[in-house]
Each structure stands twice: as structure tokens, then as C-alpha cells.
Design a protein around this ligand. Structure first.
Ligand code: NAD
Length: 303
């Protein structure tokens, strides 16, 4: 089964370089028309020029594809709406959104300014919210949409010096969990990609051999799959060096402790049982977790 994106219209944010460029090129290779969005700023998000996006458009056109450049900041909702309107006016629809734009301002939490925290949240979280909000009604109305959020191992598992970044990245998993539920009946599927790739974001921390193995194109494979008609829904797909894994937020079976006067001591005493991963499972939504707790309590009390 060949993934054919001809007739599909994609928006890739932060596509002037790094992973976004690889995503845009990979989608265009499969026939999608692509809006190459990029503010063109430095790694920390400062400055900007549309030339980065324009050069990726030129690459796509040179390979026989169709693309337009857009210099909107994903943090500016009016500019994002104008970008989506331009794509709709030119190509009639928007089928695929890859929320990829991002910045880094690494520091330990002790040294981090709250303004840096807000800036990182604004680009990663609100940038993805703005772009998703701007395409949401279009996708619902056309009963087709594929949205990819870019999460990170720093959010899923933590990383020294990235408190703001990790918080923003895991927030995108939360956003996906609910949007995937709300979009499903309109054939709008929402997934997260957790990439590991050699880009300017990681150039300081990887050896030359690893830089080669971890080319962004190996991660773009995941984006093409998640942008396709047969995409899953509500999946966290990890991708790096051509290797793909799936991350889950699972739940242990748990233990009924109750709320008696000595319950905190009992809880600590039984922490190994609370943590026991034997029989762990995946609730489909939040309320299902609460229902499971009530059911376990009722069972324990009836025994
Ligand atoms: P990158 O810095 O090369 O690319 C990010 C792009 O986003 C840049 O071209 C930048 O100009 C653009 N951008 C920044 N702020 C923007 C804004 N407000 N509006 C529009 N565009 C904006 O970095 P990358 O490694 O290619 O990262 C791409 C995404 O993947 C980011 O979300 C990043 O957090 C995520 N990620 C990367 C890695 C990795 O290993 N490289 C790991 C985990 C997550």
C-alpha cells in the first residue's frame, strides 16, 4: 500500500530548516502541496526572515512539487489565520497540519527567567494550539484532517535544563489526547511525534557519527505515516535514527487503601504494590480511570 498524498494540502510550521524542512520535503515528495511556514529566527526564537522558508519552497519546486512560503509566527493567531486562509484560497482545503515550530532556551529551573518559560510555552504549546484552532473547523467540515504535534523525550521522560520545554512538550500530549477524541467522529486524527534528530537544536550534544545516523529525513518517515489516510489516532510515535517506538501513559492495577487515619502510612508501606506494573493498562480517557478506581474500591469494600 503506497501512501499517496496527491490532492492533499499540508501546512508544516517551522519548516525553514531542521526537521520541519525534512517533513515538508517528504510530504511534497508524496504529492502534497505544502505551506512552508517559518519565522526564520535563531535557535532561541529571536530575530527572523522568510528566506529560510523560501529556500525550502525552491527545493520543493525544483523537485517538481508545489509549495508556498509563509513567515507567520505561530504565536500570532491573526497571522496564522491569514496563513490558513491563503492556503484555502489557493488550494481549496487543508488536510495536514504538522506543528513543528520550536525554540530552545535551556537553563536550570533555578536560573530560568519566567519570561523564558512563557516564551517557550508560547511557541511550542500556544503555537500548536493557534495553528490547530485555525484549521480545526476546515478539517471538521471536510471530514478529513491529520494533525501531528511535535512532543519530545524531554517532556515524556524529563531532561536537565529543560523544565519549560518539557512542560510545553508534554502539554501537547494532553492536547492530542482530547483533540483525538473530539476529532475522531469527523475523521480528524491527532497524533504526536517525538523526534530524535541531528539539527541545530542538537548539534552541540551529538558526535559527528551520530549526526549522520540521525538525519531529519529518518524522522520525516513518521510524519508521512501520521499524515496519511491510514494514520492511527492519539498515538505518541517516537522516531530517531530510523527506529520507531510508541510511548504510552499506562496505569498500574493499584491497591485500595481507603482514607482512614493511618492511610498515608499504609500507602507508603504498600508503595511497591501500587507501583507494580503487572497488569498495567491504558484507559481510553480520563473518566475511565476514575471509574476503575471506584470499581476497585467497591470490590475491596465488598470483600
Ligand atoms: P530547528 O531549530 O532546526 O527548527 C525549528 C524551526 O522552528 C526553526 O526553523 C525556527 O525558525 C522555527 N520557529 C521558531 N519559532 C517559530 C515561530 N514562532 N513561528 C514559526 N516558526 C518558528 O529545530 P528542530 O530540531 O528541527 O526542531 C523541530 C521540532 O522538533 C521542535 O518542535 C523541537 O522542539 C522538536 N524536537 C526536536 C528534537 C531533535 O532531536 N532535533 C528532539 C525533540 C523535539
Amino acid at each position: 500500500m503506497m501512501i499517496d498524498l496527491r490532492g492533499r494540502v499540508a501546512i508544516v510550521t517551522g519548516a525553514g530548516g531542521g526537521l520541519g524542512r525534512a517533513h515538508a520535503l517528504a510530504l511534497a515528495t508524496r504529492g502534497a502541496k505544502v505551506v512552508v511556514n517559518d519565522l526564520g529566527g535563531a535557535r532561541d526564537g529571536r530575530g527572523g526572515a522568510i528566506t529560510a522558508a523560501q529556500s525550502v519552497v525552491a527545493e520543493i519546486e525544483a523537485a517538481g512539487g508545489e509549495a508556498i512560503a509563509n513567515g507567520a509566527s505561530v504565536t500570532d493567531f491573526a497571522a496564522v489565520e491569514a496563513m490558513v486562509a491563503e492556503a484555502k484560497a489557493k488550494w481549496g482545503r487543508v488536510d495536514i497540519l504538522v506543528n513543528n515550530a520550536g525554540i530552545l532556551r535551556d537553563r536550570t529551573f533555578a536560573k530560568m527567567e519566567l519570561d523564558d518559560f512563557r516564551a517557550v510555552l508560547d511557541v511550542h504549546l500556544m503555537g500548536s494550539v493557534n495553528c490547530t484552532k485555525a484549521v480545526w473547523d476546515i478539517m471538521r467540515e471536510q471530514a478529513y484532517g491529520r494533525i501531528v504535534m511535535t512532543t519530545s523525550s524531554s517532556g515524556l521522560y524529563g531532561n536537565f535544563g529543560q523544565a519549560h520545554y518539557g512542560a510545553a512538550k508534554l502539554a501537547l500530549v494532553g492536547l492530542m489526547n482530547t483533540l483525538g477524541l473530539e476529532g475522531a467522529r469527523y475523521n480528524v486524527r491527532v497524533n504526536c511525534l517525538s523526534p530524535s534528530a541531528a539539527t541545530r537544536m542538537t548539534e552541540d550534544v551529538l558526535s559527528p557519527e551520530l549526526l549522520e545516523l540521525m538525519a531529519p529525513a529518518s524522522v520525516a518517515v513518521g510524519v508521512v505515516a501520521l499524515a496519511s489516510e491510514d494514520a492511527p489516532n492519539r498515538v505518541v510515535l517516537c522516531a530517531g535514527a530510523g527506529t520507531f517506538e510508541r510511548a504510552y501513559v499506562t496505569l498500574t492495577q493499584g491497591v485500595f487503601i481507603g482514607a482512614g487515619a493511618d492511610a498515608p502510612e499504609k500507602l507508603l508501606a504498600q508503595f511497591d504494590r501500587v507501583s507494580d506494573r503487572d497488569g498495567e493498562w491504558l484507559p481510553n480517557d480520563g473518566p475511565m480511570q476514575a471509574q476503575a478506581e471506584v470499581a476497585a474500591a467497591q470490590k475491596a469494600l465488598a470483600a
